[in-house]
Design a binder for this molecule. Sequence first.
Ligand SMILES: C[S@@+](CC[C@H](N)C(=O)[O-])C[C@H]1O[C@@H](n2cnc3c(N)ncnc32)[C@H](O)[C@@H]1O
Length: 202
Amino acid sequence: MTRWYSERKNEYFYKEAKRDGYRSRSAFKLIQIQKRFRILKQGNIVIDLGAAPGGWSQVAKEIVGEKGTVLGIDLSPIQPIRGITFLQGDIAKESSLQELIQSMEEKKADAVLSDMSPNISGNYSVDHARSIFLCEQALITASTFLKSGGKFLCKVFEGEELPRFMNEIKNKFGSVKKFTPPASRKSSSEIYIIAKSFKHSI
Ligand SMILES: C[S@@+](CC[C@H](N)C(=O)[O-])C[C@H]1O[C@@H](n2cnc3c(N)ncnc32)[C@H](O)[C@@H]1O
C-alpha cells in the first residue's frame, strides 16, 4: 500500500467514525475484529481496558444490547455514555483492580478487551516492552474476571517478547489467533490477539 493510499485510508476511517457517531477511529478495528471472530454476543458482560475516549465501549454496547453490560476503565476520564459504566484508574494498580471487583459485584465477564497503548517514545524496543507490560496487566485482569470459556482481545506492539506472551496466553485459552484489522494504520506495529475458550479462573 502506498503512503498516499495509507494516509487517505486513515482519513477515511476518521471521517467515517465522526459520521457514524463513534468517538474514535479505533471503533472500526473492533467492528472488523467482531465481524471476523464474533467475540461479543448479545447479553454479554464485557470489560473494556484502556477505554478512552469510548469508541470500543460504544461498539460493544451496541452488540451486547440493553441486557448486556459494558464496564470501561482508563487513566483518562471518559465522557459518560448511557448504559455504560466508566472508571478512571491505572489498570496496573491494585486499587483499580479492587474498584473493578466492586463494580462487577461478583459477576464474571464473557469478554475482556484491551486496546491499551503506552505513551509512545518512538524507540521501538521501549514501546514494545511497555506494550507487553500493559498486555500482562490485561491478562491478569482477564484471568481474574473471565468465565470459563470466556474471550480475551488484546492489542500489542510486535517485538521480541511477543512469542513468550503468546505462549502465556496459549496456556490459558483453548484458541489463540493474531489479526491486523484493515483499519489499523499501515505504519503501525500493532496487532490484535484474539483468545477464546478461557480454561480456568484463578
Ligand atoms: C488507543 S487508546 C484506546 C481507544 C479506545 N479503544 C477507543 O476506541 O476509544 C489507548 C488507551 O489506553 C489507555 N491506557 C494506557 N495505559 C493504561 C493503564 N495502565 N490503565 C488504563 N488505561 C491505560 C490510554 O489512556 C488510552 O486512552
